[in-house]
Design a protein around this ligand. Sequence first.
Ligand SMILES: [Ca+2]
Ligand SMILES: [Ca+2]
Length: 207
Amino acid sequence: MAVFFRASDSGINFEVAEYQEFPRPEPEDAPTETPKPKLKHISVVLLSFGLLCVLQGILNISLRLALTEPTDKGETEISVCPEGWIMFGSSCYYISSQRRSWDNSRRDCMQREADLVIITSRQEQAFLTGFTAAAWVGMTDREQEGTWVWVDGTPLDEDMLQWANGQPDGAYGGEDCADLRTMKNFIGLNDFNCSSRNQWICEKALL
Ligand SMILES: [Ca+2]
Ligand SMILES: [Ca+2]
């Protein structure tokens, strides 16, 4: 061990250096097997890592296959709905548990990067029927009484979709927003007062 003394501005520092011995060479006749178990260990770890990589690859491919479906164009798209949304066809639907006016419902959908549902087929109407007693959909006749249009501007296809019995009736001095009813003897689209509080359904297309 060597000890140095050095003076500095702040006072006296002691620097202590440890004498290091050179590693002693292994005797020639030392058993050569000693490093082998270590190497064996490393190869087992490497092999396991390799296997894990292969498994990961297989898992990735199968997940990709499971989560993609061919579209009309013959392309494949990843189609996963956000958590809490349900999938039907090429859309995801969010059914609220709260109740709000039609406008506030639409605002909520837009905050979710969606819009109130636009129902374009008998199958879609049937699918959405039954989740709630009444839920706002994205249809209104505010612009022109009696002319129902979806929020994307397309007119209602009366032959395709079904109003509930006796609807639209413009009751209570005018009902300009549409909801979807699943009630006893009252199943289908209904016109309703836009400021009434209803549950609502948002829809977004799959990516
Ligand atoms: Ca109306
Ligand atoms: Ca009505």
